[in-house]
Ligand binder design. Sequence first.
Ligand SMILES: Cc1cc2nc3c(=O)[nH]c(=O)nc-3n(C[C@H](O)[C@H](O)[C@H](O)COP(=O)(O)O)c2cc1C
Length: 209
Amino acid sequence: MKVVAFNGSPKKEGNTYHAIKMVEEELKQEGIAVEIIHVGDKAIRGCLACNACARNKNGKCIIDNDEVNIWIQKMREADGILLGSPVYYSAIAGTMKSFLDRAFYVANDGSLRHKVGAAVVAVRRSGGVTTFNQLNNYINYAEMLMPSTNYWNVIHGTAPGEAIEDEEGKQIMRILGKNMAWLMKLVNNGKKTIKEPEREGKIFTNFIR
Ligand SMILES: Cc1cc2nc3c(=O)[nH]c(=O)nc-3n(C[C@H](O)[C@H](O)[C@H](O)COP(=O)(O)O)c2cc1C
């Protein structure tokens, strides 16, 4: 089994990276491979809301001069997805948000459904939980399955590497990694014996009609 992890920080080995590595360590101990993709240092423009992905039905974003389509394919092939972002103004860092909006809009075809998905966040002081909730919105919308830990998935630090000194944060990531590995195994084994619920077509009401 494999997890693809996305690091939304522009810093290659900042605190978000360390949070991902803490989860990765537990996953690897359980025999799950992890690929970390560095999103935050790339030039990723935001969604154009052109709906070409829905019209063309080719599983691709029409913007094809960056790596988003490659990463979407990696998400489809993985058994689990880990989303990591630093907190910027109590929110997901901009480049990561641009990637997530496009990737999850394109992959809104059931291809991520019932994969295991989790989010981690690195923050200096405040805004960790709002950012964690924002990342979870993508996981929820895709009907993915989410493992938990013993607190919200937030680690504290400012300068790169400071997160390693956050003992409680480290435990949060460690437990998340263990629970994620276990859930992935449950899903993998369970699918062989327990029938998945049928996917329902989306009802759009726009609150009017
Ligand atoms: C543009 C910007 C905005 C930030 N906004 C916040 C914030 O709202 N709250 C906070 O506690 N820290 C904030 N920070 C600090 C980072 O969240 C913190 O340093 C984090 O550990 C960075 O993770 P990284 O090393 O993975 O990039 C901000 C940093 C930057 C560069």
